[in-house]
Design a protein around this ligand. Structure first.
Ligand code: ASP
Length: 608
């Protein structure tokens, strides 16, 4: 039995009342968090987006009809309660902001009833995510998600205000476009009008925002929805939002200045955190060498040292061979951890193996009872070699030294991940620490073994550093890009670059990336054409807004800051998307689903 709210007007939201309201008659509306009959009184917690207020029904005050109705209340009934705010006296509930007051009800309307829920609406949940996402509208009633979504809204508004104050225009760009160059797989939309042809959903508004610079808009931004058809890793979603921007007549420092201002503003406004400016800058090379990652977590030390020159002639063949074969030997000094149990050291080796290494070599300085070292490899080295290695790592008695040897790239990845594991396991990461860093001077290209060619590390429109352009033919791998990433606590929040605005450099770049003139023209001829008509130097950046919100909310996953995220298999459990469509819809599009091909590819997947 659902009643109307005719004649009633909500006074305020539940948690917006305080002891200042005592004595006032009010109307609150919301959901029943819980309702119980205790000693002839019905206590009902009413919850809305602001929080909870306790209602209390006593037959002598509200009359038998209302009292009887209150007795029927169950979790998540949607109700309106009219009554007088009164003090709870000594009976304060410290858990609630309204814990010192309650509404002494005189009237009750059941606006709508609720079936028994598939899971309870409570802050902490043990319900598995698949079920929560199927009933996302209920999941979203949980206070932490209410808070996250509100925070995200605050973030969006804060960004908009800052950008507007700094001369940026918010310009929308279309979502039915042609493939963009971010390097992931496109989502395609078939055209009915042009049968057999497809739009691609934007992986980012990259080319369009560059065209807006050609159009003379000077500064653009957009909270842009982007689509990438990738296998979903932990914090990826097929569709996500970028805080996207582009600036004309701008170089690296201009972009960084605007964005430091933005970061300072949004972190202060949304979560009251002071971002210290200027944000540290680190070259890609330094990040890779010292932290084994282009998104270093600077909340703790444990930097990586290169000991190749120290061990290149030592007796331990693994070290010796690695250097002889053009690789490196690098290590991490873990102060005071020389007593680490073997099991834990072995676990570090497992981390190394997970990332493709052969394991780690360790040395516990002076850890044996007689004061000698415990180690997996010093038996192959002379005492002098061992002591020289310890000295080159700055090792002291009681320290643990771990090493990896092999190809430089692999050694970096392995030690970068061993470092992260150590940071977490040893509790070195201080909560509430915000370590921002700009990573600069990325390589322009990265070599793809798979494709046997150079690929753009950022995208093909990223400008090279002027001083490196001379190596474009002789040693393309040496050319650095005017690209930058903003990293927070070991995650990339965003990235961007200065763009190429000179036709000859763009041509050369495309040639190096293996584009024929035809293919370049086919894919982004419109951009190359536009660049013939007076293109301003320009640069830009885009943040993964979901990740920014995730950090601000202290959430574990970007799904927790999205209203309706998708499952790991990119499906929407609530709506049941993707879904089959009517034959007629397909034939209008000139599309026929190839059931045989689907079966074959499904079989391949299960076999593989
Ligand atoms: N469009 C780029 C990206 O999505 C960002 C940029 O270069 O502005 O990564």
């Amino acid at each position: 039995m659902a009643e109307s709210m005719k004649g009633l007007k909500r006074t305020r939201r539940c948690a917006e009342f305080s002891s200042a309201d005592i004595g006032n008659t009010v109307t609150v509306m919301g959901w029943v968090q819980k309702s119980r009959n205790k000693g002839g009184l019905v206590f009902t917690d009413v919850r809305d987006s602001s929080g909870i207020l306790q209602g209390i029904f006593g037959e002598d005050i509200c009359g038998s009809q209302v009292f009887e109705k209150a007795g029927r209340l169950r979790s998540e009934f949607c109700i309106a309660v009219v009554g007088r705010i009164r003090s709870r006296g000594k009976d304060v509930n410290k858990e609630l902001t309204t814990g010192d007051i309650e509404v002494e009800a005189t009237d009750l309307r059941i606006l709508s009833e609720s079936d028994v829920l598939p899971f309870p609406i409570e802050a902490e949940t043990k319900t598995r995510e698949e079920l929560r996402l199927k009933y996302r509208y209920l999941d979203l009633r949980r206070p932490p998600l209410q808070r996250n979504i509100a925070l995200r809204s605050k973030l969006a508004i804060s960004v908009r205000n800052y950008m507007a104050e700094n001369g940026f225009l918010e310009i929308e760009t279309p979502t039915f476009i042609k493939s963009t160059p971010e390097g992931a797989r496109d989502y395609l939309v078939p055209s009915r009008v042009h049968q057999g042809e497809f739009y691609a959903l934007p992986q980012s508004p990259q080319l369009l925002k560059q065209l807006l610079m050609v159009s003379g808009f000077d500064r653009y931004f957009q909270l842009a929805r982007c689509y990438r058809d990738e296998d979903l890793r932990a914090d990826r979603q097929p569709e996500f939002t970028q805080i996207d921007m582009e600036l004309s007549f701008a170089d690296i420092d201009d972009v960084i200045a605007v964005n430091e201002g933005l970061l300072k503003r949004i972190f202060k406004e949304v979560i009251d955190v002071d971002v210290e400016l200027p944000i540290r800058r680190m070259t890609w090379q330094t990040a890779m060498d010292r932290y084994g990652s282009d998104k270093p977590d600077l909340r703790f030390g444990l930097e990586i040292e290169d000991v190749s020159s120290c061990v290149k002639d030592c007796g331990f063949s693994v070290f010796h061979d690695a250097v002889a074969e053009g690789g490196t030997v690098r290590g991490i000094r873990v102060p005071g951890q020389g007593h680490m149990p073997r099991k834990k050291i072995d676990a570090l080796s497992e981390v190394a193996k997970y990332y493709g290494g052969k394991g780690i070599a360790y040395l516990c300085v002076g850890a044996a009872e007689d004061g000698s070292h415990k180690s997996s490899f010093t038996k192959f080295m002379s005492d002098e070699e061992t002591e020289a290695l310890i000295a080159s790592m700055g090792g002291e008695k009681g320290d643990l030294l771990v090493f990896a040897a092999g190809k430089t790239e692999l050694v970096r990845t392995v030690l970068g991940n061993v470092r992260l594991t150590l940071g977490k396991e040893l509790g070195l990461i201080r909560q509430g620490d915000w370590k921002f860093v700009w990573i600069t001077e990325f390589p322009l290209f990265e070599w793809s073994e798979e494709e046997g060619r150079f690929m753009a590390m950022h995208h093909p429109f990223t400008a090279p550093m002027e001083e490196d352009w001379q190596y474009i033919d002789s040693d393309p791998g040496r050319v650095r890009a005017k690209a930058y990433d903003i990293v927070l606590n070991g995650t990339e929040l965003g990235g961007g670059s200065v763009r190429i605005h000179q036709a000859d450099i763009q041509e050369k770049m495309l040639e190096k990336l293996g584009f024929t003139e035809e293919r370049a023209n086919e894919q982004f001829g419109f951009l190359l054409e536009a660049f013939k008509y007076g293109v301003p130097p320009h640069a830009g950046l885009a943040y993964g807004m979901d990740r920014v919100a995730m950090w601000m909310a202290g959430a574990e996953s970007i799904r927790d800051v999205m209203a309706f995220p998708k499952l790991k298999d990119a499906s929407d459990a609530m709506m049941g998307a993707p879904a089959k469509v009517e034959e007629a819809q397909l034939s209008e599009l000139g599309i026929k689903v190839d059931e045989e091909a689907i079966k074959a590819s499904q079989k391949k997947e299960t076999d593989g």
